[in-house]
Design a protein around this ligand. Structure first.
Ligand code: MOS
Length: 746
């Protein structure tokens, strides 16, 4: 039997020197890769978070007499006895996203109100049940849809203004031959990566160490330093592997600070791993949205008016905006374009970044409304989008660094067989199913930040690259191995990669789909500098065949250094280093975005097509096929890149059909806080996913030509499925997720 490809030895380098398999694949599947809660730390103790059971009010007392006497208990921390921190919350009050036992106020049901530390987890959990907690309750706001009239603007300015306006929208609407005015709603979603949040913290004197499941070791380090009032250099954060992030681990949540606080109090290492149910509240969620989209077009499909007004829920702790209308400002041409974002305050945990925050929900409303318009105009949905194609960024009136969305539409439509679609709903039937085709546009911004890396060329012919980034399971190890190998001209299999340690050169948060675009250039720069140092050694070494040549005239490949003009003149990397004393060569370098970020807009796009089968009796929806093509610049690694896009699409299926947090209207707790009841797709829910990319390098954006791919896969996918359900059934469900009861009642 041939072993599956994952277990085969690395293929010889492809022309792009891509790693065919994940650098860390073997360690992952054999269990060698350690996640934050798995590190053996001597003398570790266990902490358990106790959560509020009321949604609003204040703590009156916590009687810990019985709990304190329970077996194995080492400490019980509450707002009545917890150490006062120099910084009560890690950010100014208006952006307080966590509570760390510094106040008695209750903002939501599920808020951490105590921490029990014990010799074992079971003892900590048992003692927690013995706490006698008295609250003073107040009426809570737990309703969203009935309170949209109360919506207010965000208090904190975002990166882009909350509102935008171009043209005269009412004139454009009244001049339109056809208009659409619809409201789409999307639910609260909670983060559920395979690995729930976990922290192990211990102090060495005044120095704090943590293993933490995080998307941002540098941010963790800064937040912990500020919160405890200690120098940044006295905090070390390690996180070599992350079992999924998606935005959930981009912030330093309460439990990280509480683990460190507890470790200080008991004078021992403390492990604090959240239970699955604790993922629903204290660590952020995607806000619920109500989105009004108005479109106006001429009879031949030219958009005159686009209006997208978004209302989201927000917590009482900080304003987090799910910016659902941002893509609407530039996705299509139109003489008028108006968007707004408003918020309704609720007694729930804070909102947070969740895969494609904004676009994931915003493309549902916009791209379904476009489908409604296409139907009303009797124009093909792809054609409608091509008629209104934005050749440049209409919101900023400037060119794109690269855009091949037109090719995405045609490539994906061809592979999908879009021409076979019947525009009239309900016409295509197979057995007991109605079959429908739908499509949507996908889009996500291209981000990039400053990043640094260190490269060493070792005398044994291997190389090392270190970078203070983190691999969420997405491929950072693989990309760094590739970039280093490419820069040094060696086989990627000879590169050792280290990341996930705040002692390494700094890298940005692995969020906003920016890691590869940020760390790739840093790795390349460090490799180039190390290589130049190697060349200098060679040309200055009288024993080298390269002696006396110009360093810049050399190149390297497969462990050899040679003169570009006469490749026969060569030396080996190992010989050069051995003669120079057998020490490694080392270079640290940084890379950051170029100057002209205002001259262009960098944005990724895609086209996603879906085929659904809807059972005539049960109304159950099966997504049979998704075919998508993305315009994301260079695809840096085939396997990890395509996997990312596929994963985003799977979450799109989840958003379309399954996923939704249900809030108890009286007590404000999430009712379905388990993976049994918080529905996400399983393998049987996912049909064929066929993904390609246009692969046109965006070298105006960065030297790799690569824009990010972490988030774009979720965008558009849920709209394409909703549009396919309409094409199958003639029923337009505007309240997501599209569960079978809604189809039945429509
Ligand atoms: Mo992403 S939501 O920026 O991890």
């Amino acid at each position: 039997m041939t072993p599956p490809a994952l277990f085969q030895d690395e293929a010889p380098k492809t022309p792009q020197r891509q790693l065919r398999n994940r650098y860390d694949g073997r360690d992952k599947v054999t269990g060698k890769a350690k996640y934050s809660a798995e590190f053996p730390v001597e003398d570790v103790t266990y902490a358990y978070i106790v959560q509020s059971t009321i949604p609003k009010g204040a703590l009156v007392s916590i009687d810990q007499t019985a709990a304190g006497k329970a077996s194995g208990v080492l400490a019980i921390l509450t707002p009545f006895n917890a150490p006062k921190l120099p910084v009560a919350s890690p950010q100014p009050p208006a952006r307080r996203h966590i509570t760390v036992l510094q106040e008695k106020d209750i903002f939501y049901n599920g808020q951490p109100i105590a921490v029990v530390v014990a010799r074992s987890l079971l003892e900590a959990m048992q003692a927690a049940t013995l706490l006698k907690i008295t609250y003073k309750s107040q009426p809570a706001q737990l309703e969203f849809k009935g309170r949209l009239a109360e919506a207010r603007p965000p208090k904190q300015p975002g990166r882009e203004p909350a509102d935008s306006k171009r043209g005269d929208i009412s004139t454009s609407l009244s001049n339109s031959a056809v208009t659409i005015d619809v409201v789409y709603t999307t639910p609260i979603q909670n983060h559920n990566p395979m690995e729930p949040h976990a922290t192990i913290a211990w102090w060495e004197g005044e120095k704090l160490n943590v293993y933490d499941a995080t998307q941002y070791i540098t941010g963790d380090r800064q937040t912990l330093a500020r919160t405890f009032g200690i120098p940044v250099d006295d905090v070390r954060v390690q996180c070599p592997f992350v079992g999924g992030g998606f935005g959930s681990k981009g912030s330093t949540w309460s439990h990280v600070v509480l683990a460190a606080m507890a470790a200080k109090v008991v004078g021992k290492p403390v492990k604090l791993a959240l239970e699955r149910g604790q993922m629903f509240g204290p660590v952020g969620s995607r806000p619920t949205t109500a989105q009004n989209v108005k479109l106006g077009a001429t009879a031949d499909g030219k958009l005159l008016a686009i209006q997208h007004d978004v209302i989201v829920h927000t917590s009482l702790m900080e304003d987090f905006l799910e910016p659902s209308a941002m893509q609407t400002r530039f996705l299509y041409n139109s003489e008028s374009n108006v968007t707004s974002h408003r918020m309704v305050e609720m007694n729930l945990g804070v909102g947070t970044y969740q895969r494609a925050p904004g676009e994931a929900t915003g493309t549902i409303a916009l791209e379904c409304a476009m489908d409604e318009l296409a139907h009303k105009l009797n124009i093909d949905p792809v054609q409608l989008r091509l008629i209104n194609y934005a050749e440049k960024d209409p919101s900023k009136d400037r060119p794109w660094t690269e855009k091949s969305l037109r090719q995405c539409y045609t490539d994906a439509a061809d592979r999908f067989g879009w021409s076979k679609r019947n525009p009239q709903p309900g016409q295509l039937r197979e057995d007991n199913n109605l079959i429908g085709y739908g499509m949507a546009t996908a889009t996500y911004g291209a981000n990039r930040s400053a990043a640094s890396a260190i490269v060493r060329i070792l005398p044994n012919g291997r190389a090392y690259i270190g970078c203070g980034t983190q691999d969420l399971g997405t491929g950072a190890y693989t990309v760094l191995a590739q970039a280093c190998a490419q820069g040094l001209g060696i086989d990627p299999a000879l590169v050792d990669v280290q990341l996930g340690d705040s002692n390494l050169p700094k890298a940005p948060v692995s969020g906003g789909s920016q890691s590869t675009a940020s760390i790739g250039p840093a790795a390349a720069a460090a490799a180039t500098q190390a290589k130049l140092k190697l060349f200098e050694l060679a040309v200055n070494d009288s024993q080298s065949p390269l002696h006396g040549l110009q360093a810049a005239s050399l190149d390297t490949q497969d462990g050899k250094v040679f003169a570009k003009s006469s490749p026969n003149k060569s030396d080996t990397v190992t010989a050069i280093l051995q003669r120079a004393g057998g020490q490694p060569i080392e270079a640290t370098a940084s890379a950051e975005p170029g100057e002209d970020r205002t001259a262009y807009t960098s944005q990724s796009f895609g086209a996603v097509f879906a085929e659904v089968a809807v059972d005539i009796d049960t109304h159950m929806v099966q997504v049979r096929r998704i075919v998508a093509t993305y315009d994301i610049g260079t695809l840096v690694n085939q396997k990890t890149g395509i996997n990312q896009l596929q994963g985003g699409i799977v979450w799109g299926v989840s958003s379309a059909l399954h996923e939704e947090a249900h809030i108890d209207p009286t007590h404000g707790r999430t009712v379905n806080e388990t993976l049994a009841e918080y529905h996400v797709p399983v393998n049987a829910d996912i049909g064929t996913i066929d993904v390609t990319v246009t692969g046109i390098p965006d070298t105006k954006f960065n030297p790799l030509g690569a824009r990010g791919i972490g988030e774009i896969g979720i965008t558009g996918a849920a709209a394409a499925i909703g549009n396919a359900i309409y094409n199958a059934t003639g029923k337009r469900i505007r309240d997501y997720p599209i569960t079978l009861d809604k189809i039945m009642q429509a």
